[in-house]
Ligand binder design. Structure first.
Ligand code: HEM
Length: 95
């Protein structure tokens, strides 16, 4: 049986900041990344994310709320794409 990618241990993954994620919006570099629930997925090889655009949504961002709010599909669409990192928590004023 196929192991869902979501069950992989994620603690060993590299962390990326929102700024690093934003550079992978499909416009500035060849890589196209999308963040969902704290995990960064590489969707570069998807024909549905060409140039970083997917049904009026742009890569290079955390699209957790957009998927839950707008998408006609579930998060299972990520099953065929590798998790390449985790989103670095935004700095808080006292950290
Ligand atoms: C108006 C909103 C959206 C529409 C109409 C839409 C539509 C679609 C459609 C028709 C597919 C084809 C496969 C399927 O339906 O299962 C798809 C795949 C996918 N969607 Fe969306 N989607 C939307 C929003 C989003 C958002 C916000 C995300 C990211 C968080 C997302 C991520 C994906 C991914 C990763 C795939 C798989 C692409 C592939 O297999 O090449 N979608 N979407």
């Amino acid at each position: 049986m196929k192991t869902p990618s979501h069950s992989l241990p994620t603690t060993a993954l590299p962390e990326y900041s929102l700024a690093q994620l934003a550079l992978r919006n499909g416009q500035d570099r060849d890589e196209i990344w999308v963040c969902y629930q704290g995990l960064v997925y590489d969707v570069s090889r998807s024909r549905l994310w060409r140039r970083g655009n997917h049904y009026e949504h742009w890569a290079g961002q955390d699209l957790t709320q957009e998927l839950q709010r707008d998408a006609p599909h579930t998060e299972n669409v990520f099953d065929n794409f590798p998790i390449i990192g985790r989103l670095k928590a935004a700095a808080t004023p006292n950290s």
